[in-house]
Design a protein around this ligand. Structure first.
Ligand SMILES: [Fe+2]
Length: 306
């Protein structure tokens, strides 16, 4: 393991992979940099965008600055129902590889709105019910990891539908400060198993077993990925003491109130651009003729900051 934490000039250099539970020096250096920039309140995360399809350099840099700090940014632009604008916007941030899940249309966007026939499991998104803490695509195979997503609001609900957002790096930091062994348990390749999705005897999706925290290269640096759902059914945790302890601590850290979590209700023309941060949604009541409508685009790319 490389040593880290030594300063060169004004910016400390992080040695090796700071997310490796065995790399204490690298972690300390990364942690110092992470905590040097205080969390931004929701209003400071919002960037005004004049034209979603063609963000200016200034707008783009403002969004990237927030993503570097918090792995997420919020934007506000004039109301648009133009699906292509969302995808064009994504490309300005290096997001090209859409996840074509079964709920997505041919262009890769999913229209998140109430569907009476979709009431179960992964389809809770398409009801008025609350969604618990999760990252997107936790049931995807490794080659279809979701590293980023955009959620763009066309029409909000009459009431409710508030998102909460949490930077996964903050969750990692709190767990690791408690005990690096918690991280090691959650990085195990068999930590979390999602059973196959079977309907009427037909397997629609095979079971997926994998880590909660994993590390990927992005922009030439190690980047943290979180695969998690707070659901308690249709999920099996690795059956050992270390995993049970780690999951209990993770759940405790996500019990209200969650320090650093952002609460925000997207209005028409607003959206979230993020590196698949942890998120939840409160229940809502539609009460409008057309109902709540959000476009969601999931990507296999992570947002590039250069
Ligand atoms: Fe989600």
């Amino acid at each position: 393991m490389e040593a880290g934490g030594k300063s060169t000039g004004q910016t400390p250099q992080i040695g090796g992979n700071p997310f490796d539970p065995a790399n204490d020096d690298g972690y300390r250096c990364w942690r110092d940099l992470k905590l040097a920039a205080p969390s931004l309140p929701p209003d400071d995360l919002v960037v005004e965008i004049r034209d979603l399809e063609h963000p200016t350099t200034t707008e783009r840099m403002a969004l990237l600055e927030r993503i570097r700090r918090a792995n997420m940014a919020l934007y506000h632009c004039k109301l648009t129902e133009h699906r292509g604008a969302v995808l064009s916007f994504a490309e300005h941030f290096g997001l090209f590889h859409l996840d074509h899940n079964p709920a997505a249309a041919d262009d890769g966007l999913s229209a998140i709105q109430v569907h009476a026939e979709r009431q179960q499991g992964e389809f809770i998104s398409y009801t008025e019910r609350a969604l618990r803490w999760h990252t997107d695509g936790y049931y995807n195979p490794p080659e279809r990891r979701i590293h980023a997503f955009i959620l763009h609001c066309v029409r909000p609900a009459a009431e409710g539908g508030v998102n909460r957002l949490l930077d996964p790096e903050l969750l990692y930091l709190r767990l690791r400060d408690e005990d690096p062994d918690l991280i090691a348990a959650l990085m195990h390749s068999a930590a979390m198993m999602i059973p196959a999705h079977i309907e009427n005897g037909i397997e629609l999706r095979p079971e997926q077993c994998g880590p909660v925290f994993s590390v990927h290269q992005a922009d030439g640096r190690p980047a943290l990925h979180l695969r998690y759902t707070a659901r308690t059914h249709s999920i099996r945790w690795r059956d050992d003491a270390a995993t049970r302890t780690a999951v209990a601590r993770l759940e405790a850290l996500l019990a209200d109130p969650v320090p650093g979590a952002i609460e925000y209700r997207l209005e028409a023309g607003e959206g979230i651009l993020c590196n698949n941060v942890l998120h939840s949604r409160s229940a809502f009541q539609d009460g409008t003729p057309d109902g709540r409508l959000l476009y969601r685009a999931r990507f296999h790319d992570r947002i590039t900051s250069s």
